[in-house]
Design a protein around this ligand. Structure first.
Ligand SMILES: CC/C=C\C/C=C\C/C=C\C/C=C\C/C=C\C/C=C\CC/C=C/C(=O)SCCNC(=O)CCNC(=O)[C@H](O)C(C)(C)COP(=O)(O)OP(=O)(O)OC[C@H]1O[C@@H](n2cnc3c(N)ncnc32)[C@H](O)[C@@H]1OP(=O)(O)O
Ligand SMILES: Cc1cc2nc3c(=O)[nH]c(=O)nc-3n(C[C@H](O)[C@H](O)[C@H](O)COP(=O)(O)OP(=O)(O)OC[C@H]3O[C@@H](n4cnc5c(N)ncnc54)[C@H](O)[C@@H]3O)c2cc1C
Length: 609
């Protein structure tokens, strides 16, 4: 499809999905499943996941009563317009202004520079009638920082932009289809006026007289919509990883190379330890991210209930966990999809493997909802704060509770003696805790050598990101272990999940061996025992690998991959796909007479000369 056809087709699908949701009707959870099977980014994502939640989280009761019924019936379509051409990560650096005019009781929205143009918001370019806009609030010449506003963008009769608004699509993005189904947009305001009651005023207010009344709740609640989406992105990482792994595992069982004895059949590539060493940790990650995603959903629900009761105590942890896990799981999944493509050899590079499209559509997850490095630095700040409070009498709680055992964890030596010890959950956990704590404490010690803490933080950014990742990996490992401690239905399923849990943990030890050795969390002998155990786990997973990906229950239609077909009938279908290519419509290609023939003939003439 051309970009225009792709975009229009996505509108068609989105509207059809909305019709089904209402007619059947579908529950919220079922609607989310429908989104997965629709399988294309589109304006509905932003409307439901960001525009509506932003109003719910930041609007007053009156504002919710006015706007939510319209949004819930899709009589207005909204997006989330925060990022600007010049600033995305640095939200406090946004430039768009919303200046209160007491004469007219309105805010005047203005884009003072080119870099202040809104740039990237999905659904903005062509579809949205409304947006939640983030802009600097100015009253009586004073800048109160960034606040949210509900703004109508387009005429409800003919969809034309309202006077004072310049709007459009930002252009083609990475890949062929991928995220190009979405109208990521730009927007400039030229002194565009909105009524005062369109500032989202649950957190802070501007009175009729133009007085700014700051909130008595943390200003970070303004970032709540991002926290909510980051949480969902973790579960989505599992879905995308599982999809790539399903394709690569099934194909690895079909594909044979080398190893033929006396003219017999060759070896299935899944039997090569190198293939297992690349594939099975990704299979384990797909399960691990699913379990940590379930836990994160619980954490998010818990913090939301607490916030409703004005208990803000767990907000920093919820922010650190959603930011860190969003970052860690999307980076691992993007890399994992690409690894799966390589695991499928040359055929993985074919469009019909399903992997190039999956990669192209997935990889912006490393950037949207917060650049992954910027988000890990938020985790690092949280960790440095926690370390600095150790010994103050305030016991760390939740995911940092392990830091409360700092004295032990800083000194302990791993008691792993044989390979099987690596299947002991307490020993594995302690190894990850020791590594995470020691990395965090080492950063804190190095920071303390700087007179200026911010300067020190800048200098140590790379180490801080690594410490944050170590903490996030500990969370994933520990939630997998907790999952195994609970009830798991199905004969033998627990054993399979145990294998995957330890593959997940031990492959991380192997991959980040430098961290584990340099922090003395393990010795080199214990590292080789971990490798030994890992190989043994691969052998145990091998007979069940295909069943473990079948368990994701993805249809062939959803996978969209010739290589990942359930029936394994790969080669005939690859031919079928090839023959469908428009280049094969004719035997002699268009362009032959124009270019190829004259070229060949010219060579023939020179040869005769
Ligand atoms: C189709 C796919 C195919 C396959 C995949 C398979 C299935 C997929 C199927 C469906 C998928 C569907 C949907 C996916 C889900 C959703 C995605 C949909 C669309 C994506 C659209 C994208 C939208 C966006 O990108 S919106 C814009 C996002 N922007 C950002 O994230 C900006 C990042 N920057 C910031 O957040 C901040 O600027 C900052 C970096 C945090 C810094 O902020 P600030 O300067 O204010 O803060 P300080 O550092 O000074 O910290 C002050 C203080 O505040 C605390 N803090 C910061 N943030 C928060 C927070 N959010 N909550 C709570 N507290 C916070 C911080 O810790 C400090 O605390 P202390 O003072 O105590 O230290
Ligand atoms: C597909 C897609 C959809 C999007 N949808 C929306 C949307 O609907 N609404 C919306 O408002 N926005 C949207 N965005 C914008 C997105 O949120 C931003 O792109 C994202 O927050 C990253 O910000 P940035 O582009 O400014 O990156 P930058 O901050 O410019 O990052 C560039 C580089 O600088 C590094 N860097 C930046 N700051 C630091 C620092 N402090 N320390 C160390 N390194 C740093 C980063 O790690 C990165 O390597 C979307 C983006 C994409 C790609």
């Amino acid at each position: 499809m051309t970009r225009k056809e792709l975009f229009k087709n996505t509108l068609r699908k989105s509207v059809h999905a909305w019709k089904l949701i209402n007619e059947l009707p579908l529950s919220d959870d079922e609607s989310l499943m429908l989104r997965h099977f629709m399988d294309q980014p589109g304006f509905l994502d932003l409307h439901w996941r960001m525009f509506v939640p932003a109003i719910k989280g930041q609007g007053t009761e009156e504002q919710k009563q006015k706007w939510l019924p319209l949004a819930n019936k899709m009589q207005i379509i909204g997006c989330y317009a925060q990022t600007e051409l010049g600033h995305g990560s640095n939200v406090q650096g946004l430039e768009t202004t919303a200046t209160f005019d007491p004469q007219t009781d309105q805010f005047i929205l203005h884009s003072p520079t080119q870099t202040s143009s809104k740039w990237w918001p999905g659904g903005l370019g062509k579809v949205s009638t409304h947006a939640v806009i983030y802009a600097r609030l100015i009253t009586d010449g004073k800048d109160h920082g960034v606040h949210g506003f509900i703004v109508q963008l387009r005429n409800m009769d003919d969809h034309s932009p309202l006077p004072g608004i310049t709007i459009g699509d930002i252009g083609v993005k990475f890949g062929n289809g991928a995220y190009n189904s979405m109208d990521n947009g730009f927007l400039m305001f030229d002194k565009f006026c909105i009524p005062r009651d369109q500032m989202l005023m649950r957190l802070s207010k501007v009175t009729r007289e133009g007085k700014y009344v700051p909130s008595d709740v943390p200003r970070q609640l303004m970032y709540g919509t991002m926290v909510s989406v980051r949480q969902t992105i973790v579960s989505n990482a599992s879905i995308a990883m599982a999809r790539a792994v399903c394709i690569a595992t099934r194909y690895s069982a079909v594909r044979r190379q080398f190893g033929s004895q006396n003219g017999g059949i060759e070896t299935q590539v899944i039997d090569y330890k190198t293939q297992q060493n690349r594939l099975f940790p990704l299979l384990a990650s797909a399960y691990a991210f699913r379990f940590v995603g379930e836990w994160l959903k619980w954490l998010y629900t818990d913090v939301t209930q607490r916030l409703e009761a004005s208990d803000f105590a767990t907000l920093p942890e919820a922010h650190a966990c959603t930011a860190g896990l969003k970052s860690m799981t999307t980076s691992a999944t993007s890399d994992g999809i690409e690894e799966c493509r390589k695991l499928c050899g040359g055929h993985g590079y074919l469009w019909c493997s399903g992997l190039p499209e999956l990669f192209a559509v997935y990889v912006p997850a490393c950037t949207y909802e917060g650049d992954n490095v910027v988000l890990q630095l938020q985790v690092a700040r949280f960790l440095m704060k926690t370390v600095s409070q150790l010994g103050s009498g305030k016991a760390p709680a939740g995911t940092t509770a392990y830091m409360g055992r700092a004295k032990h964890l800083l000194q302990c030596r791993s008691s792993i003696r044989k390979a099987e010890d690596w299947l002991n959950p307490a020993m594995v956990l302690e190894t990850f805790e020791a590594r995470a704590l020691r990395m965090a404490v080492s950063c804190a010690n190095n920071l303390s050598k700087f007179e200026n803490q911010e300067q020190g933080f800048s200098e140590l950014l790379a180490d801080l990101v690594e410490a944050a990742i170590a903490h996030c990996q500990l969370i994933v490992v520990s939630k997998f272990i907790v999952k195994l401690e609970g009830e798991i239905k199905g004969k033998g399923v627990k054993n399979q999940l145990k294998n995957l849990c330890y593959i997940y943990a031990l492959h991380l030890i192997h991959k980040h061996l430098g961290d584990f050795l340099s922090t003395n969390s393990i010795t080199s002998e214990q590292a080789s025992l971990a490798n030994h155990q890992l190989r043994s786990l691969y052998t145990q997973v091998r007979p069940n690998a295909v069943a473990l990906v079948d368990a994701f229950d993805y249809t062939d239609h959803y996978l969209g991959s010739v290589l990942g077909r359930y029936d394994g009938n790969v080669y005939p279908k690859l031919f079928e796909e090839a023959l469908k290519d428009p280049l094969n419509d004719t035997v002699v290609p268009d362009g032959y007479h124009e270019y190829i023939r004259p070229l060949i003939k010219q060579h023939l003439r020179s040869a005769r000369l």
